[in-house]
Write a protein that binds this ligand. Structure first.
Ligand SMILES: [Zn+2]
Length: 126
């Protein structure tokens, strides 16, 4: 299955301008099997996703994107709707306790506490 695990929609995420229904249609046109809605610090409610999935040809999953001191992190299987900035350790502990998992959203964009150049790695090493 091909699933886009990192999507944002408007107005829930300020970085996005796409309407949720248009995202679902576009994902179907691009022959994806599913998408995961990972808004910034906003978790879609199950009934909202069910409504969005009515008549859709793709699967729609729920996730979240949290801002941490180490950058943005995609979180799956964690139902808390946290609004404040967390440390990566706090988030890891909470997600692990809930049985979820995390993925760095854009690991080479840079971080709040240090620049990506300080990693001193090339792309292959990273
Ligand atoms: Zn994102």
């Amino acid at each position: 299955m091909r699933i886009d695990l990192h999507t944002h929609t408007s107005p829930r995420s300020p970085c996005s301008s796409i309407d949720p229904l248009e995202l679902v249609r576009e994902a179907g046109r691009r022959r994806l099997d599913g998408i995961c809605l990972t808004e910034h610090q906003v978790l879609w409610q199950p009934q909202e996703v069910e409504s969005l999935a009515q008549g859709a040809r793709i699967k729609i999953f729920r996730g979240n994107e949290f801002t941490t001191n180490q950058g943005d992190v995609l979180v799956f299987g964690y139902e808390e709707d946290v609004k404040e900035l967390l440390t990566i350790q706090e988030l890891r502990d909470q997600v692990r306790a809930a049985g979820g998992f995390m993925i760095a959203a854009h690991p080479f964009r840079g971080f709040k506490t240090f620049g990506v150049g300080q990693l001193k790695m090339n792309l292959e090493q990273a």
